[in-house]
Design a binder for this molecule. Sequence first.
Ligand code: ADE
Length: 234
Amino acid sequence: RAFRAQIITLFPEAFPGTLGLSLTGKALKEGKWQLNTVPLRTFGEGKHRNVDDTPAGGGAGMVLRPDVMAAAIATARASQHAGAPLIYLSPRGRPFTQRMARDLATRPGVTMICGRFEGLDQRVIDQFDIAEVSIGDYVLTGGELAAQVMLDAVVRLLPGVLGNADSTEEESFSDGLLEHPQYTRPAEWQGRPIPPVLLSGNHGAVADWRRAQSEALTKARRPDLWQAYKDRKD
Ligand code: ADE
């Protein structure tokens, strides 16, 4: 029933992290989504519960063993809904986007594999047809923070999690533009007034001003988004 996140990780203590706070934490306590960690170490080999080995062909670092990971995946999937995608967090993955978050929020859940070291044995990726996803062009120590970033973006889109339905429709990326600036009282602060149009009570003029600001900001900061936005209009 509720969206179920299954997380395979060497560091289950990293969860729920900030997902246990604020909006996502409240929704977790209310049972609007479920979070379950599958501790990879418990599937390790031998007395020391080894999960990794040296890379075939040589080189630095360690690679997660396919047999150990396969056992963890089987356990994670045994208590996952059918139709929940299997995702491996990796800087090699497809870039995570708001579109992907919206799609995941329509699914019954997600199973996420957090890597450490040099990564996963390629055969396990091929065997289970795992989708690799990156949260950006930088390298983290492990997938745990990336999994939390993705889950935060997904959980806030689940039904009943965000109070005001408008706030996901008006925010950045819903229309492909960056968000306009926001102001609140006092009307003047440090000699800086709130733009008068926002205090005019003219809703049409406010909407036009905000749209112009969004467009100017997107053009200046994100030429890639601006191009995509223009291509979408025509
Ligand atoms: N693991 C390490 N770096 C990562 C990134 N940028 N995105 C997703 N997972 C990662």
